[in-house]
Write a protein that binds this ligand. Structure first.
Ligand code: UDP
Length: 239
């Protein structure tokens, strides 16, 4: 059966926490292997896939600064944490039979390639899964902003934010049983209602470049493929 695919090129944002599974630090091999298989499945169906991975399962600059460290040094450590996660995902993808390239926003050439936009696009066209590491390369930013930036830069059709909940709610569904899920939101609604879907700079970049964003539950196996086939899963943010 040939599957009909609704997207040509996507940018998937995975938080570092997504890799932890039930643990409170580091990477759960079972979780990363499952995510790798899901990513390969959509790539094999014809979708070009870029991935931005966070680093919150290892270090966050804000947390390190709160504990007394210089903020910029903390952010450098956070960015290096994203490189470690990207290398782990690269390994998981290749072990599962896919092709991947890690491209870093800060130069660490012995470890991975530098991010060079035209080279990244070439990798995507050749069916390699590109792991964009080290966020934007600048302190005081997050990997959400990096995901929006790379999505716009490489001309993705859709930015996906994989989370542990099945979309954006009116309130925290874990605390408020009356909380309702939004099927659709505009960029302005996200910003003005302070819905914290992604940080404001990421949403503003998506808004300014009309980059559609879908927030979905990556805990449900097969969701990524369903979205590629056009399923309206989670919450869509666009104009
Ligand atoms: N970071 C940064 N600049 C960037 C992206 C990330 O300084 O462009 C640092 C920042 O300290 C951040 C950490 O890297 O806390 C990990 O990224 P993030 O918190 O976005 O990871 P996630 O929450 O997605 O796991």
């Amino acid at each position: 059966m040939t599957r009909s695919i609704a997207y040509r090129r996507i940018l998937l944002k995975l938080s570092g926490e997504a890799l932890m599974g039930e643990a409170d630090y580091g990477i759960d091999p079972k979780v990363i292997q499952r995510l790798a298989r899901e990513i390969i499945e959509v790539q094999k169906a014809g979708v070009q896939v870029g991935v931005v991975i966070g680093g919150g399962n290892i270090f966050r600059g804000e947390g390190l600064a709160a504990a007394g460290m210089d903020r910029v040094t903390g952010d450098h450590m956070g960015m290096l944490a994203t490189v470690m996660n990207a290398l782990a995902m690269q390994d998981a993808i290749e072990k599962a039979g896919g092709f991947a390239r890690t491209m870093s926003a800060i130069k660490i050439n012995e470890v991975c390639e530098d991010f060079i936009r035209r080279r990244a696009v070439r990798h995507l066209e050749k069916g390699r899964i590109v792991l964009f590491a080290a966020g934007t390369g600048n302190p005081f930013f997050t990997t959400d902003s990096a995901a929006a930036l790379r999505a716009v830069e490489v001309g993705a059709d859709l930015l996906l934010k994989a989370t542990k909940v099945d979309g954006v709610y009116t309130a925290d569904p874990a605390k408020d049983p009356t909380a309702k899920r939004y099927d659709h939101l505009s960029y302005e609604e996200v910003i003005h209602r302070d819905l914290r879907v992604m940080d404001t700079s990421a949403i503003a970049l998506c808004r300014d470049h009309r980059m559609p964003l879908r927030i979905y539950d990556m805990g449900v196996a097969g969701n990524l493929m369903r979205i590629m086939e056009g399923a309206q899963i989670g919450t869509l943010v666009n104009t």
